[in-house]
Design a protein around this ligand. Structure first.
Ligand code: SAH
Ligand code: SF4
Ligand code: F3S
Length: 443
C-alpha cells in the first residue's frame, strides 16, 4: 500500500450497539494496516456498511444506501463492502441483487478485512472487479487483543461476549452472529483501564446475552463488579440481558455497587404464555412478573425498560390483551414495541404461519405505544422536585443553549446552559422541575 496517500475508508453503522462496537474494531484493524478514515463520502476510496438484519425495515435502509452508492460508483472508482448481520445472513441474495458489492464480511471475519479490501483495491486499479467474501462464523473469535478505535468521548462500549445460543424462534441473531462465547476477564479489565486512561467516565458492557457471560469461575456478577472497580470509571451499564440469567448475586451486585447503574433492559416480548412458548423464550408471564418483583425488591430505585413484539405468528386478540395487561401491571419506564417481521430460516419462519395481518400488527403496536407513553410520562413525573445526578453528554438536539445528559437510570435530562462551566463528561446535580414522556427537565 502506498503509505504516503493511504486509501480513505468511510464506514456507516446500522443496527444495535454491538454493531457500533464492531465498527470500532473494524476501524482499529484497518488503521493498523495503514488505512485512513473520513466522514466525507465524497473523499472515500472504500465505503463500508455495517448492517443489521433484525427486521425487514433494517434491510430496506441498507438497500436504500446501496442504491446511493451505485450512483457514486458509476462516476469514479470505489470499493464497496457490506459487513455485519445482513452480509452474514443474506450472502448470495445480496450479491445477486446488488452487483456493485466488492467485499462481504460477517461479524466473525473482520480480521480478514484489510486483506480483502487491499485485494479489491488492487483489482480495481488493474481494471477488473474481484469479489471477495469472508463469512465463516467462529466458535472462538472474540477479537482479543484488538483495542477498539473509539469515537464517542463519554461512553466506551466493551463487548464481553459474542453470539447467541437461545434461538428465540423469531430471531435471526443466532444465525448472523453464531454461537455464544465469552471473553477472557483480564482482557475486558485491561480494556476498562484503557478506557479510563483515555478519559471515559462510563462503560457499557455488551453482548447479545450479556448476563450469560461465563469464563471459568467468572460469571457476569463478578465481571461487572470488577469493571465497576476500575479507578476513573464512574458508571457501568450493560445490554442486552436475557431474563433467564438474573441470579440473586447479580441483583445484589447491581444494588450494592454505587458505580453500577440502576437500569435493566429486560426484554419481555409477549405476555401470553402460549406465545412466549412459541417464541422459545423459556419463561412464562408469571415468571417474568416474579422476576420484576424480585428486581424491585433487591434494587428499589431500578429503572426497567423492555422490548415487545406485536403480531407474532398466531397471536390472537386474547393473547395480545395479555401483553397489554402485563405492560399495564409492570409499568416499564420505556419500551420499544415492534411489529413481528418474519426472518428467513428462523424457527418461526419454518414452523409457524406469519398470519397476523400487517394492519392488525400496526394497530396492536400503536395501542401499546400509546399505553407505554402514558406510563412513561407518569413515571417521569415522579422525578419532579427531586435532585438527580446527571452525566453531561452533549448539546440538546433542540437547542445549543441547552445541555442533554442522563441519570444513573438512563433517563434523559435537559436543562438550560446558563452560566455553568459544564463540559460533556462532567457530572452535575439538577433539580427536576418538569417531565415529558421522553425526558426530564432540570433547573
Ligand atoms: N439479544 C437481545 C435482543 C436483540 S434484538 C435480547 O434477547 O434481548 C432486539 C429486539 O428486537 C428484540 O428484543 C425483539 O423485541 C426485537 N426483534 C427481534 N427479532 C424480531 C423480529 N423478527 N420481528 C420483530 N422484532 C424482532
Ligand atoms: Fe435473539 Fe433471543 Fe438471542 Fe436475543 S436471546 S439475540 S432475541 S435469539
Ligand atoms: Fe441487528 Fe445484528 Fe444487532 S441483526 S440488532 S446488528 S446483532
Amino acid at each position: 500500500m502506498n503509505k504516503a496517500t493511504p486509501p480513505l475508508v468511510h464506514i456507516e453503522t446500522f443496527g444495535c450497539q454491538m454493531n457500533e462496537s464492531d465498527s470500532e474494531l473494524v476501524r482499529s484493524l484497518l488503521k493498523r494496516e495503514g488505512y485512513g478514515f473520513t466522514d466525507d463520502r465524497e473523499r472515500a476510496d472504500v465505503m463500508l456498511m455495517n448492517t443489521c438484519a433484525i427486521r425487514e425495515n433494517a434491510h430496506n435502509k441498507v438497500y436504500g444506501h446501496l442504491g446511493e452508492l451505485h450512483a457514486i460508483k458509476k462516476e469514479r472508482p470505489l470499493v464497496v463492502g457490506v459487513l455485519g448481520c445482513m452480509a452474514q445472513s443474506l450472502k448470495d441474495e445480496l450479491t445477486k441483487k446488488v452487483p456493485l458489492i466488492d467485499v462481504l464480511a460477517g461479524p466473525d471475519a473482520y480480521r480478514q478485512l484489510p486483506m480483502l479490501i487491499s485485494n479489491a483495491l488492487q483489482a480495481q486499479e488493474q481494471g477488473f472487479s474481484k469479489k471477495a467474501f469472508a463469512l465463516d462464523l467462529s466458535e472462538y473469535e472474540t477479537y482479543e487483543g484488538v483495542m477498539p478505535d473509539r469515537e464517542d468521548g463519554i461512553n466506551a462500549w466493551i463487548t464481553v461476549m459474542r453470539g447467541c445460543d437461545n434461538f428465540c424462534s423469531f430471531c435471526v441473531v443466532p444465525y448472523t452472529r453464531g454461537r455464544e462465547r465469552s471473553r477472557d476477564p483480564q482482557g475486558v479489565l485491561a480494556e476498562a483501564r484503557q478506557a479510563a486512561a483515555l478519559g471515559y467516565k462510563q462503560i457499557t458492557l455488551l453482548g447479545q446475552n450479556v448476563n450469560s457471560y461465563r469464563s471459568d469461575d467468572w460469571d457476569f456478577a463478578r465481571l461487572i463488579s470488577a469493571v465497576a472497580d476500575t479507578p476513573g470509571i464512574e458508571r457501568v451499564r450493560f445490554t442486552s440481558p436475557h431474563p433467564k440469567d438474573f441470579p440473586r448475586p447479580l441483583l445484589e451486585a447491581i444494588a450494592g455497587h454505587p458505580k453500577i447503574c440502576k437500569h435493566i433492559h429486560l426484554p419481555l416480548q409477549a405476555g401470553s404464555d402460549r406465545i412466549l412458548d412459541l417464541m422459545g423464550r423459556s419463561y412464562t408471564a408469571d415468571e417474568y412478573r416474579r422476576l420484576v418483583d424480585q428486581i424491585r425488591q433487591v434494587v428499589p430505585e431500578i429503572v426497567l425498560t423492555s422490548d415487545i413484539i406485536c403480531g407474532f405468528c398466531t397471536e390472537t386478540d386474547a393473547d395480545y390483551d395479555q401483553t397489554y395487561r402485563l405492560v399495564e401491571q409492570v409499568r416499564f419506564h420505556s419500551a420499544y414495541v415492534f411489529a413481528y417481521s418474519e426472518r428467513k430460516n428462523t424457527i418461526a419462519a419454518r414452523k409457524y404461519p406469519d398470519d397476523v395481518a400487517e394492519e392488525v400488527k400496526s394497530i396492536r403496536v400503536q395501542r401499546l405505544v400509546d399505553l407505554q407513553r402514558e406510563i412513561g410520562a407518569a413515571r417521569n413525573r415522579e422525578y419532579i422536585g427531586r435532585n438527580v445526578s446527571v452525566l453531561v453528554e452533549r448539546d440538546a438536539t433542540r437547542s445549543p443553549e441547552q445541555w442533554m445528559g442522563r441519570t444513573d437510570g438512563n433517563i434523559t435530562v435537559i436543562w438550560d446552559k446558563g452560566t455553568d462551566a459544564l463540559q460533556p463528561g462532567m457530572f452535575t446535580t439538577r433539580l427536576i422541575t418538569g417531565a415529558s414522556t421522553a425526558a426530564l427537565f432540570g433547573e
